[in-house]
Design a binder for this molecule. Structure first.
Ligand SMILES: Cc1ncc(COP(=O)(O)O)c(C=O)c1O
Length: 407
């Protein structure tokens, strides 16, 4: 079966917009993906028919808003394979989800306990752990990367010790696109009784995941990368772990009782959601994952893999271009980073913008990886199922133009 591109693309109104008088070729999906009309409609319907605060009110709109918010949680739970909606804590995105884990799980750790992450992590899976180290004296250990841009899991034995309490890794690298072999990570963690946290920001956009089946403990992701609005994401964790963890922020919505002396907290997950949450955004995320679950994933994946293969082949054919990451489409997501000899990634992106092609250039919030590779940054193309061959053609037309200008 093939993807009916015309039908699929028509669901994304922004794809018919023009950039500098050219058709848009949106290849910056790893930064933010686009929203189908169904998601835009869900947000608009909520805002026009059910806008109110959640959990507190007894009037009809408040009940509608609360139902919509909690139904979105149930949709997210289904999409990621959580055992129950209560295991899903809404956050503003991956960054706030990992910070929540670093504060609340971090509060259970002691000086000298060890946390392992890798050299290719996004800053949001490095900085919160450094801040925890500075607060509580935990020790940070770093897994190296292989030459083809994967986390070097052969080093797990050496890096993971009896003092390791958490292994926090990218499920998919936002730079190299490499997919991490989670079974190996979980096995290493189990041997020493450590927990596993996955940064799923770049994995969740490419199909449902199975958090319960993977044997992990925490999963973080952002809504705006999976067809949803921005300002919303989630931290999933096992129920017993969430129950054990203290809340991160205090305020309204997360309490059971408050006196001037002390407070008792609402049950999981609400004890982690202080203040008025991003309600319409959560409703949009619910619609986004429902849309993603209705997609013919097998056909969409085959389509995206074919385009990824075209990009990898075309890059390899061009002298002076070097791909940072796996060269085949096995064990990788459609996130493709490359260096163009002598041309700064920002220049590549600026020239490509004149061709209507949206790319990302820079360090991708992964400075330790850039330092390790001794480069300032890369140019990155990233795909979603609504991309088509014309996007790949425009990418190469633009790249050939950039290389000719700098020749
Ligand atoms: C792997 C990875 N982790 C974390 C993040 C941070 O996501 P957000 O800015 O939505 O919190 C990103 C965003 O690009 C990412 O790609």
């Amino acid at each position: 079966m093939t993807v009916d591109m015309a039908v699929l693309r028509a669901e994304f109104p922004i794809l018919s917009t023009q950039v500098r008088g050219k058709p848009l070729h949106y290849l910056d999906n790893a930064a933010t993906s686009q929203m189908p009309q169904a998601v835009i409609d869900a947000v608009t319907t909520h805002e026009t028919q059910a806008r109110a605060n959640v959990l507190r009110g007894v009037h009809t709109l408040a009940e509608r808003a609360t139902d919509a918010y909690e139904n979105a949680r149930a949709d997210v739970a289904r999409y990621i394979g959580a055992a129950a909606p209560e295991e899903v804590v809404f956050t503003s995105g991956t960054t706030s989800a990992i910070n929540l884990a670093a504060h609340s799980f971090g509060a259970l750790l002691s000086e000298g306990d060890e946390i392992v992450f890798s050299l290719l992590e996004h800053h949001s899976n490095i900085v919160p752990w450094q801040m925890l180290r500075d607060r509580r004296g935990v020790v940070l250990k770093v897994l190296p990367v292989t030459d083809d841009g994967r986390i070097d899991l052969d080093c797990l034995d050496e890096v993971v010790t009896r003092r390791t309490k958490l292994i926090a890794l990218a499920h998919v690298s936002n730079v190299t696109g490499a997919v991490t072999d989670i079974a190996r990570v979980v096995a290493a963690a189990r041997d020493v009784g450590a927990r596993v946290l996955l940064d799923g920001a770049q994995a969740v956009p490419h199909g449902p995941v199975d958090v319960a089946g993977m044997g992990i403990d925490f999963y973080a992701f952002s809504g705006h990368k999976v067809y949803g609005p921005n300002g919303i994401g989630a931290l999933w964790a096992r129920r017993e772990l969430l129950d054990e963890m203290p809340p991160f922020m205090g305020g309204g919505e997360m309490i059971r009782t408050v006196t001037v002396e002390q407070t008792t907290y609402a049950p999981t997950p609400h004890k982690f959601e202080a203040g008025t949450p991003p309600i319409a955004q959560a409703v949009g995320l619910g619609a986004a994952v429902r849309w993603a679950m209705a997609l013919d994933l097998e056909t969409a994946t085959a389509h995206v893999n074919r385009l990824t293969g075209r990009i990898l082949d075309g890059l390899r054919e061009r002298p002076g271009i070097r791909v940072l990451g796996p060269l085949g489409s096995q064990g990788r997501a459609p996130v493709i980073s490359f260096e163009v000899d002598t041309i700064h990634p920002h220049d590549v992106c600026t020239i490509l913008d004149h061709h209507g092609v949206a790319l990302r250039g820079g360090h991708h919030c992964a400075q330790p990886l850039m330092d390790h590779c001794d480069i300032v940054g890369t140019t990155r193309a990233s795909l979603m199922p609504y991309n088509d061959d014309s996007d790949v053609d425009a990418l190469f037309e633009g790249l050939d133009d950039a290389m000719a200008r700098f020749a």
